[in-house]
Write a protein that binds this ligand. Structure first.
Ligand SMILES: *Cc1c(COP(=O)(O)O)cnc(C)c1O
Length: 390
C-alpha cells in the first residue's frame, strides 16, 4: 500500500549527495561536470539520465517535481519560475497555430490576458464557457479544439467545476484537460484522479504558504510532459534551485497548514454569513454555495479562500480595507498571514467592467485569503473594520 499524503510529502527526497546530510542541501550550481567526453555525449543524447545544466534540471527542482508528482498522482512534471510560466508553458508547449482552447470564463487575471491578448497573436484562439451552463460546453467544442483549461475553485469567483464530468467530456472528444489546481492544492483535490491530463500550479500560493518565493508547476502524463520538457528546456522558464528548495521544504507542512487554513476559513465564513453589513458571502463548504454538493464531492475541505461583498460598493470596500489593522492588504494569497484583496481594482482590473460582471466580480467584492493567525483575531479585525467603515 502506498504511504499517506503527509508521509509522502515529507519522505519523497532527492538522491543523496553522499555527505549523509539529513536535510536536502541546496544545489546552487549552473551546470554539472561530466566524468569524461563519453558521458557528456551520452547525457546530451538521452542515452544516460542525469543533470547537465540547471535550465534543464537540478536536484532541487527534481525533488520538488518528484514530490508533487506523488501528491497529485501523476507521472511527471516541470517546475517553473512562476505560476504564470506554468500556465503559459502548459498551453504553449502543447498547442500550435490554429488550435483552439475551450476555457472556463472565471480565470485568474493574467491567465485571461494570455488567452485574450497573447495567444491570439500566434493564431491560438479560445472560447469562454460559463460554469453554470455546463449543458452548453459540448456545443462549444470545434474541430480545431485541442484543450480545455479550467480553475476549480476559480480565482476569485470560487466557482466549482465538476471534474468527473469534465474528465469524461475531455475523453469523449480527445482533448487535453488542464486544471489549475492552485486554490485547492493536491491535499484537497487531485484533478488527475478525475481525468485531468495536466495539472498546473502557482506554487507561490499555498505550496510556499509563507509568501516568500515564486514558483510554478506543470504536472501530468509522461507523454505530454515530454513535450513540455522540450519546450521548457529551450525557452528557459526554469525555477531557481533556491526557490525549488524552499518549496520542497514547504510541502512537508502542506497538510498541516491546509487543515488549519480550511478550519479558520469555514469558521469565518459561518461568522460572516448573516452579517448585516454584507450583501453576500461565498465559500465552497457553506451550504449556501451554489455548488456546495459538488465541492464536497471532489474536495477534502473547503479551501483557504472566501469572498464577501460589502454593502456600499466600491467606496465602502475602500473604506473597509483602510480600516483593517491586522490583516494585510496585498495581492498575494495562500500565506500564513490573512490577506484582503479588492479584485475589481487590482488582480482583475484589466478586465472590462462587463467581463468582471460576467464572472461575478462586483465593485464591493472582497477576497479574503485566510491565514493561520488565531481565528478570533481575524474575525475581530474584520468586525471592527466593517463597523468603522459604515
Ligand atoms: C497567482 C495565480 C496564478 C499565477 O501565479 P504566479 O506565481 O503569481 O505567477 C495563476 N493561477 C491562479 C489561480 C493564481 O491564483
Amino acid at each position: 500500500m502506498s504511504q499517506h499524503f503527509e508521509t509522502q510529502a515529507i519522505r519523497t527526497q532527492a538522491a543523496k549527495s553522499g555527505n549523509r546530510e539529513h536535510s536536502v542541501p541546496l544545489y546552487l550550481t549552473s551546470s554539472f561536470t561530466f566524468e569524461n567526453a563519453e558521458q557528456a555525449k551520452a547525457l546530451f543524447n538521452d542515452e544516460e539520465e542525469g543533470n547537465i545544466y540547471s535550465r534543464f534540471s537540478n536536484p532541487n527542482s527534481t525533488e520538488l517535481i518528484d514530490k508533487i508528482a506523488v501528491l497529485e498522482g501523476v507521472e511527471d512534471g516541470i517546475a517553473t519560475a512562476t505560476g504564470m510560466a506554468a500556465m503559459f508553458g502548459s498551453m504553449a508547449a502543447l498547442l500550435q497555430q490554429g488550435d483552439h482552447i475551450l476555457a472556463a470564463r472565471s480565470l485568474f487575471g493574467s491567465t485571461h490576458q494570455l488567452l485574450t491578448q497573447i495567444f491570439p497573436r500566434w493564431g491560438i484562439t479560445h472560447t469562454y464557457a460559463d460554469i453554470n451552463r455546463t449543458h452548453e460546453w459540448e456545443s462549444l467544442i470545434k474541430p480545431e479544439t485541442k484543450m480545455i483549461f479550467v480553475e476549480t475553485p476559480s480565482n476569485p469567483g470560487l466557482e466549482i467545476i465538476d471534474l468527473e464530468w469534465l474528465g469524461q467530456l475531455a475523453k469523449a472528444h480527445n482533448l487535453i484537460l488542464v486544471v489549475d489546481n492552485c486554490f485547492a492544492t493536491p491535499y484537497l483535490q487531485q484533478p488527475a484522479k478525475w481525468g485531468a491530463h495536466i495539472v498546473t500550479h502557482s506554487a507561490t500560493k499555498f505550496i510556499d504558504g509563507q509568501g516568500r518565493v515564486l514558483g510554478g508547476l506543470i504536472m501530468g502524463t509522461k507523454e505530454l510532459i515530454k513535450d513540455v520538457r522540450f519546450f521548457s528546456r529551450h525557452t528557459g522558464p526554469a525555477i531557481s534551485p533556491f526557490n525549488a528548495w524552499i518549496l520542497s521544504k514547504s510541502l512537508e507542512t502542506l497538510a498541516l497548514r491546509m487543515d488549519k487554513h480550511c478550519e479558520n476559513a469555514l469558521k469565518i465564513a459561518e461568522y460572516l454569513e448573516d452579517h448585516a453589513e454584507l450583501e453576500s458571502v461565498k465559500y465552497p463548504f457553506l451550504k449556501s454555495h451554489p455548488q456546495h454538493d459538488l465541492a464536497k464531492k471532489q474536495m477534502k475541505l473547503g479551501g483557504g479562500i472566501l469572498t464577501f461583498t460589502v454593502k456600499g460598493g466600491a467606496e465602502r470596500s475602500s473604506k473597509f480595507i483602510n480600516q483593517l489593522n491586522t490583516l494585510s492588504v496585498t495581492s498575494n494569497l495562500g500565506d500564513t498571514r490573512s490577506i484582503v484583496t479588492h479584485p475589481a481594482t487590482t488582480t482583475h482590473s484589466k478586465l472590462s467592467a462587463e467581463e468582471r460582471k460576467r464572472v461575478g466580480i462586483d465593485d464591493g467584492l472582497i477576497r479574503l485569503s485566510v491565514g493561520l493567525e488565531n481565528v478570533n483575531d481575524i474575525i475581530e479585525d474584520l468586525e471592527q473594520a466593517l463597523k468603522t467603515s459604515k
